[in-house]
Design a protein. Sequence first.
Length: 328
Amino acid sequence: MRADRLLSLLLLLQNRGRMTARRLAAELEVSVRTVHRDIEALGASGVPVQADRGPAGGYRLMDGYRTRLTGLTDAQAGSLFLAGAPGPARELGLGADLAAAQLKLQAALPAAPAERARRLQDRFHLDAPAWFRDADPVPHLAQIAQAVWDQRVLLADYRRWSGEERVGRPLHPLGLVLKGGIWYLVARAADGRIRSYRVSRFLAVDTAEEVFERPADFELAVHWAESARRMEEAMRQGTARLLLSPRGRRLLPMQFGAAGVRALTGAVPADPADPDGPVRVDLEIESQAVAIGDLLRLGTEAEVLAPPELRQALAATVAVLAERYGRG
């Protein structure tokens, strides 16, 4: 373990130049005292580390020194596929491997490509979860990921969205998907059907010794795309005609995403003489219960014109809210 840390320390100094002991400690997730000891160990092994004192000081390698000890382990090489997603890599238990792999890759690159890689890392960052929503707790994710990799059967206790628990269900884990900051396991169930399971709903998992054979024709990306398409089609249960205020037009894509954008492409001014005023749009909706909750987020910036049953249900809901908050 210490040998890996010493190499990481060496590559940090080589790739980034002068660094303080505090910054090195943060990168390596160790104490400042440990960094000082590791610097002494590098010096004793013949690595020319120089210490610059003063406010702008820190440790650096002697000018012209470079190491070529940059071979990637299997785990580090595999982790590079998650180079744009450091958060998910940590959740999968690959955070340290990814950091070490990136350092080794930068050290092996010529000067110009290495500088470009550093600039890209400094200027672009992926943050998968949506605003104002904490990431799902996924305490079993690393174990599930290992079972996916080893093709081992999972015995899972899983909580359905309705709250019902399923105990001891064997699954053949085929792949993991990160969708909108939420992890899903794609697995083959005992009945042979391939389903998607939200990882945060696993109450407990146990990895069996049994190894399963993956379906020869299974492709995770293709399966997920088709599954997502079918789910979206099943969720679209109708269309609501809305009258939107100018502010409602701005809120619609924020609240409804792609469906809101599509609705606005067909927007028709309520008054042809006022193109910047209210507009009528047709919005794809899910079930009536879901649509009521979604549309209430638009507040007074939207009015449901049709269908009449949705308009009546929304009016009844608003009446209950008005009565509830009007008490007192």
